[in-house]
Design a protein around this ligand. Sequence first.
Ligand code: G3P
Length: 217
Amino acid sequence: MKFFVDTADIDQIRELAETGLLDGVTTNPSLIHKSGKNFLEVVRDIAAAVAGPVSAEVVATDHAEMMREAEILRKIAENVTIKVPLTIDGLKTCKALTSDGTMVNVTLCFTANQALLAAKAGATFISPFVGRHDDIGFDGMQIISDIRIIYDNYDYATQILVASIRHPVHVLESAKIGADVITAPPAVIHQLFKHPLTDRGLETFASDWAKTGQTIA
Ligand code: G3P
């Protein structure tokens, strides 16, 4: 499973990229706003910091204007992935861009039927939002299971990119279902490394090792 980070914070992206475990980055207009930086500049910086796909979202709602914005965004770097909303105009844009060899991430997906449409439009990635589903009392992960079944039934190449991840259990469930990618906030990715027994075990090993008086040389 690929790991993307869902942020426009370049320092956090660089720190995670150093682990060698980061496969890509997703941004959205809210994350760009949070970064306080210029959209095109921040996408340029991120695309230079990671080798994998970097999602940059169009803000227009009509097809022609989405295409115009996508043209600007995709020129930034080869690894820029154009993010479009799951609307008729968004999927028209997806079809046009992917037919031309550009990677497209279809976002704001909340049903398996929407994911089916995105696959038919040739999407590189589909982004179902699990956390926002959970927030309103539904089981977001059920949609991931349904999409997995549907995509496997028809051998769709569209990658399931689980988005709106809120905690490590979302990551675990995504991996068990066989999602292709997760995108999580930096804090959730950092949580994945942690376990109190790992910390405690390390302390014990360090203290016992000190008692041996040895060094590795
Ligand atoms: O980038 C899309 C998605 O991950 C947003 O997550 O936490 O705003 O629902 P959230």
